[in-house]
Design a protein around this ligand. Sequence first.
Ligand code: ADP
Ligand code: MG
Length: 592
Amino acid sequence: MKILLMPTDVSSKIAAGEVIDRPASVVKELIENSLDAGASAIYVDIRGGGKERIRVADDGIGIPAEEVELAFQRYATSKLYDAVELESVSTLGFRGEALPSIAAVSRILFVTRTSFEDSGTQIDVQDGQVLGIQSQGAAQGTVVTVTRLFENFPARKKFLRTSGTETSRIQTLITRYALAYPGKRFRLTVEGTEVFNTSGSGHLREAVADVYDTKVAQAMLDLSSKTVSGEKPSVMISGLLGTALVDRANQSHIALFVNGRWIQSRSLVYAIKQAYHGFLKERRFPIAVVSIVMPHEEIDVNIHPAKAEVKFRQEGLVFETLQQLVRQTLTLHTPVPELLVPHAIGRETMNESLGPLFLETNITTGLSHNMSHAFPKARQDVGPPIDEVQKIFVDQSFIPKKVLPMLRVLGQIHSTYIIAEGPDGIYLIDQHAAHEKVLFERVVAESMQSPPKIQSLLEPVTVELNPHQKELIDRQGDLIYRLGLHLERFGPSTFLIRGVPPTMPDGDPAKSLVEVLQLMMDGGGFNSWEERAAYSIACHGAIRAGKTLSQNEMSELLRQLEDCDRPHTCPHGRPTMIHMNFEYLEREFGRR
Ligand code: ADP
Ligand code: MG
């Protein structure tokens, strides 16, 4: 077959598909144009999930009459003059593709007026053809109305979801921009009814209150870094981090912005999720608004037609800085757990099975503060040495340690829970969760020592391993050794166990090793291998539910729990204990 150059109307339709694939992408491009035009208010109105009509109105600089038609030509832009500028794009748009792409697949009515013109201009474009252009009275700014989206593109139209789904995508999107630009007024109306609006006060917390509610806004922690000074590049991170009180069922509430651009980044979302580990219950996700500011030359925004992804020149630095800052912020700010009588607060953060009792504030301070530094970085290959990144953090010499009161063991119920009395009421302690926490903190602490704490066996024990277990040892051998397991290869599938961690229960080391490897493979809900490993050893070594304990064993366990940095939660962030204070008892017994 002969090679032919495509007619431009074909190529522009193909290109349009990369930029505009659903109503939300129309809204995104129009909002970005409004922001680039310096608007202070951006109003979006949609009907039929945007399939029927999308209208975006702004009070920005507008387009002079003689340039309006040009704006609809591919690669026409006022934001970029040469290739050098492409290296440091500071506007949201720069490709000059959005308006022609939208116009190629819909009908656009575009009305605009600059401050130096007496009247505005209206242009009407459908499926890439200009139907008319005329002078028209208008307020300063631009109003874009898009109808008949994908009407002549049935294949594309088929991929659209229900109006409800498309609406919610649009809403999520506008929410993101409202959070990225708290100084701008955003309003969304759906079928003529206002869904939300932001005040444009310039305060992020207020924008969060407008987008979510005041409870969420109040529960958010301030995230802020100083510049990593000295060497270039500098990375500035700011924003708000939600706590467990306002956690969510999916990760769509993690919003990331780089230089004012909302971006999608699996890696940075992962950095945040990891940093939250132990601060949220399993399978719960935070609300987080994170804004990264760095020199424009340090990022490449031109890797994706929809400009939704960026490439960092030093991704490792950004990853590490973000992860550590989030972790540090959570650790420093997390309030000391307070055990209270039931009120309405916090109920949703608790396990249903606890019935009427729950802890009020934060039940999820799972990990000791130094967990994030406990292990050499798994991502050693990226980013600067760790202490360089740490320079940006606030003085961390003071990290609150939550203490337990002195507890006196009263007994055990169901061979699973310990009942104890404290100065302020009764405590029910989950023996397995409590012991797991004790061991977890101990394993983490011991792994930081060098050489690792290993209890040598008098006689090495041989163990047969299956290929999965062998592979795990091959891949994570160093980590396994640092945690106190001294293994030696003995045959194709045989290993010698020469030493075990002091936390490992006496008995059959071969059986223990196999169980620990199995737990590590399962992961226990942890992502990092370091946490998986520490958890595996802790879980394996912890007293089981169902085991009858002597008075001494119970007292010893409580004493160890008192020594923990975060005694109230197990490594997963679930409570290790419930507390019934006297006020609660009196109220339940009708004494007051
Ligand atoms: P880009 O944003 O990449 O430059 P677009 O196709 O989105 O490309 O827009 C083309 C040009 O039209 C922009 O460069 C800008 O000059 C102008 N423009 C588009 N929307 C607006 C608006 N809402 N207000 C003012 N000017 C606009
Ligand atoms: Mg644009």
